[in-house]
Design a protein around this ligand. Structure first.
Ligand SMILES: [Zn+2]
Ligand SMILES: [Zn+2]
Length: 383
């Protein structure tokens, strides 16, 4: 049978649409336009859920928009390419990543930055050119999400948001590298550059915090302290390299930072805030060691939230505080390294996948994450 040519034509396929805030996704037929200049159309193999999908499903007002195709952790195969695309071709396995990497601007060519200036990261409901490639069957425009929109059988992504990968890694592991797990692992490896023998304190043991633990373990940290409001997280954390646990609800009279300072004999070498709370960033900063301590901020706080730090302490204690988007990773050069480390059985991705469902059951995957039952639930488009 002749192969059906789809390149250059719109594709009709299924997508899970967020129609209204807080309501279950609706699987509908949609039209996916061909890729424009510099873009590719990707057949999604599988996608996993990250908490940001839920946050944007629950939000009623901008930056939330409806109707929208959510999803930003995935892996797929290039179906067709737009004009000017030379980096990938039809049939290549790729990971779409929300953080752009044009590989050419001053930031993308610098080892010191992963914040592209040509395509600055923003939480936009459009492609980079301010338009959409999706319409529903009635012709109504559907919004994009984080330049990826992977809750669809086909999606269009700009090359700045596409990383070509070696298909040797199974798809249900590759998709994890698009967001949460990479962010955590990268924060320990790239942003903090954790050294062997160091002490690490992780504030919040959700999937990003567990990713940090995995990254710190890979870097050879010897003491990895997990801090959470839920003591059940310690058992989970142990599997990811957490060696000590602090239940932040039972600190008594003491500040969390006093407890961490005592446990580490003067402060942790590296602290990671993975919750998104200004007061916890301050506590993490106070928990790291004078002279060389480094605090990395990964949590997403409410817009407008402010930090309060004593300038006396900043001057006299010599510590560093830095923010880390996507764990400081440069998608096109660092993701292939993480894949190699997975293949070499160093980076353990398998333990992050707690559930797998078919596309029809995508709302089940949402419930599992909301109820705190899953770390990562993989949704297969074809099974
Ligand atoms: Zn760039
Ligand atoms: Zn995410």
């Amino acid at each position: 049978m002749d192969k059906i040519i789809t390149a250059g034509k719109p594709i009709r396929c299924r997508a899970a649409i967020a129609r209204k805030a807080g309501e279950p996704l609706v699987i509908e037929e949609v039209m996916v336009a061909p890729p424009e200049t510099g873009e590719v159309r990707i057949k999604i193999i599988c996608t996993s859920l990250c908490y940001s999908d839920i946050t944007f499903l629950k939000l009623k007002d901008p930056p939330a928009f409806f109707p929208r195709i959510l999803g930003h952790e995935s892996v797929g195969v290039v179906e067709s390419v737009g004009d000017g695309v030379t980096e990938v071709a039809e049939g290549d396995t790729v990971i779409p990543i929300f953080l752009p990497d044009c590989a050419q601007c001053g930031d993308c060519t610098s080892k010191k930055s992963n914040l592209c200036s040509t395509f600055p990261f923003k939480v936009s409901p459009w492609m980079h050119d301010g338009s959409s490639r999706f319409t529903d069957i009635k012709g109504e425009t559907l919004y994009h999400f984080l330049f990826v929109s992977s809750f669809a059988e086909y999606t269009v992504v700009h090359m700045a948001n596409v990383t070509k990968i070696d298909p040797v890694i199974p798809p249900n592991r590759a998709c994890l590298l698009s967001c949460g797990v990479s962010t955590g692992v990268g924060a320990a490896w790239r942003s903090a550059n954790v050294e062997a023998g160091s002490t690490v304190a992780i504030f919040g043991l959700g999937s990003i915090g567990l990713g940090v633990a995995e990254g710190a373990r890979l870097c050879g940290a010897t003491k990895i302290i997990g801090i959470d409001v839920n003591p059940e997280k310690f058992e989970v954390g142990k599997r990811f390299g957490v060696t000590d646990f602090v239940d932040s609800r039972s600190c008594g009279e003491k500040r969390l930072s006093e407890i961490i300072t005592e446990m580490t004999g003067g402060g942790a070498d590296y602290c990671f805030e993975c919750v998104g709370k200004a007061s916890l960033v301050e506590e993490a900063y106070a928990s790291c060691r004078k002279g060389w301590g480094k605090t990395v901020v990964l949590g997403v706080d409410k817009p407008g939230a402010q930090l309060t730090l004593s300038s006396f302490e900043v001057l006299h204690r010599g510590k560093a505080l830095l923010g880390s988007l996507f764990g400081g990773l440069k998608p096109k050069s660092d993701i292939p390294i993480l894949i190699k480390r997975y293949i070499n059985k160093e980076l353990e991705l398998d333990k992050f996948v707690t559930h797998e469902v078919s596309f029809e059951d995508i709302n089940k995957a949402i419930d599992l994450l909301v109820e705190g039952k899953s770390l990562r639930c993989v949704v297969w488009m074809d099974k």
